[in-house]
Design a protein around this ligand. Structure first.
Ligand code: ADP
Length: 248
């Protein structure tokens, strides 16, 4: 395990929607290079937590730091993204009419609102990076195929690849294996495991078998705070966790 101290801190964070505390005094620390799974019943605050990290939702109180230098609460969404925080939503959003290669090329633009000229001559560094990412996501053979013909799983990997083009330091991944076949799930476990170490990865996931297959540390959210944290065995034997899941 390659770890170099914390990359992300949430400290005493609370967020209310019309007086309802979706996040309630949440404390979370993610280490550099760590692969962390976040689980918890529906409404536990998982999505809101991701929204806070990316700057989409502002806490009422608390602090959110990226490394020791960046106070995320003073930054807007694009600036937070440009620190190297990438987010993958549940549904893949690749450009179906473009090839796999072109999707990765397009992702080199830090800001998706500014489309680069696809015909622009690529520098060698970009080309090398695309080759490297194609290998990482296992789509080298399909590089010249339109993204629209990919399977659901392959589209998910391509979108992870698009995030990787920016060499992120922290990847936030929302339910990566929803709708995947067993085989695609195994491949996704390998992919996410191989990414950790090079960057930190935070995965929100409902599939407990998948969580068990990838996670070193699992954080259980409930009613907007951390109910339990530890290995999958530790949290799944925790009476508080069992009660919450049986009560769902
Ligand atoms: P999870 O992702 O764990 O299912 P969420 O973060 O989506 O949980 O939601 C946590 C709680 O906050 C839920 O009760 C949800 O209804 C509420 N909530 C989330 N976003 C909003 C919003 N924009 N307005 C009002 N309530 C919200």
């Amino acid at each position: 395990d390659v770890r170099h101290g914390p990359i992300l801190y949430l400290e005493d964070v609370t967020v209310s929607f019309d007086g309802f505390k979706a996040i309630n005094n949440l404390n979370l620390t993610i280490d550099d290079g760590e692969l962390r799974c976040i689980i918890g019943p529906n409404g536990a605050g998982k999505t809101t937590m991701m929204d806070i990290i990316t700057g989409k939702t502002r806490p009422d109180v608390g602090s959110v730091w990226f490394g020791s230098r960046h106070n995320l609460l003073t930054m807007n969404e694009p600036d937070i993204a440009s620190l190297g925080i990438g987010r993958k939503f549940q549904k893949p959003t690749v450009f179906e009419a473009l090839t796999v290669f072109e999707n990765l090329e397009l992702a080199m633009a830090a800001d998706k609102r500014v489309l680069p000229t696809l015909t622009a001559r690529m520098n060698g560094e970009t080309k090398d990076r695309i080759e490297e990412v194609l290998g990482t996501i296992g789509l080298t053979e399909l590089r010249n195929r339109e993204a629209g013909i990919l399977s659901h799983g392959q589209k998910q990997w391509l979108e992870i690849g698009m995030l990787l083009m920016q060499k992120p330091r922290l990847l936030l991944v929302d339910e990566p294996v929803a709708g995947m076949t067993e085989q695609e799930m195994e491949r996704t476990a390998e992919l996410l495991t191989s990414l950790a170490g090079k960057q930190s990865v935070v995965v929100v996931e409902h599939d407990m078998g998948f969580v068990r297959s990838i996670a070193r540390t699992v954080t259980v959210l409930h009613q907007g705070s951390v109910l339990a944290e530890g290995s999958m065995d530790q949290v799944s034997n925790d009476p508080k966790v069992i009660e919450v899941y049986l009560g769902e």
